[in-house]
Design a protein around this ligand. Sequence first.
Ligand code: PMP
Length: 355
Amino acid sequence: MLSTLRLSATRTFATNAVVDGFNGAIGNTPLIYLKGLSERTGSHIFGKAEFQNPGGSVKDRAALGLIRDAENKGLIKPGGTVVEGTAGNTGIGLAHVCRAKGYKCVIYMPDTQSQEKIDLLRMLGADVRPVPAVAFENPKNYNHQAREYAEGLPNAIWTNQFDNIANADAHYTSTGPEIWEQTQGQLDGFVCATGTGGTLAGVGKYLKEKSGGKTQIWLADPPGSVLTSYITSGGKLVERSGSSITEGIGQGRITDNLGTFVNELSGAFTVPDEKSIEMVYELLDTEGLYLGASSALNVVAAVELAQRLGKGSRIATILCDGAYRYQSRLFSKKWLVSKGLENAVPEHLKKYSVL
Ligand code: PMP
């Protein structure tokens, strides 16, 4: 119950608040109590402020975990090159960590991603290679191109965020324990979306183990992902169809990071783009939070889970990144019209579409 929950008016820091460079600043993000939405549902909804990581997203944790894993295994030496296929945020995290550690960084990304992410990667010194967005089964998919390039280069690694479980491990050893501590082990449900599955499986596994199975773990999915139907059909993998405006999430296969944990999920919600867009604007208006569409999708799912688990339930989700990375899309009237989403923004919130 909320009466037993101590809400801190300001962010609290450990006494040893000086951290070691960019990499030391990753993690230990606040857990934000979403007051307006909690009051509306009669539940307690918390968002893990991953947009406060120094590279601006939840993927900073994975980026550091993947590079540390390669270093520990002796796969990369000083001056080496890190190569990855990414929708952007992992690349941005990797580019930061590479700068901080003195590695070169090469990023293959689908050409459908926002210009803001491409520009930022280039400003961080990454060699960005946009490639046509084709399915994973196609050898020209950005991931395969990244692997092939790394294989032909000396002192280079392909971090392989989708199937290298150092990604989920980073969340199992940091994000999960932080949420557990911040909620004092009183959490009825955790829900989030999946790109690689690292966040969902890493956090979910930790919370399930610590709670002895009491904390339910749910998936939040965009249209065009096959995971909801996989979970609700008891394990049937259908062909991918449809698409979503939410960048960085949705999946066409069971990645190694999701692995067998996918069978431990209590259920899944598919969130239509209209609801995610509406929540982007609502989070801004009622909570003062300027967040990307995957965060909004997660919050829509958290509200649905709160309704399902009943009044007084305590639900946590991930606030993956800020809207800065997508503002030329999410806050542009023209872009919303081009996606047929102009009516997703409620009339009284249209004042925020200023671009
Ligand atoms: N939200 C955003 C904006 C992302 O970029 C990503 C990762 N691509 C995710 C959510 C999903 O995280 P994960 O890869 O851990 O499933």
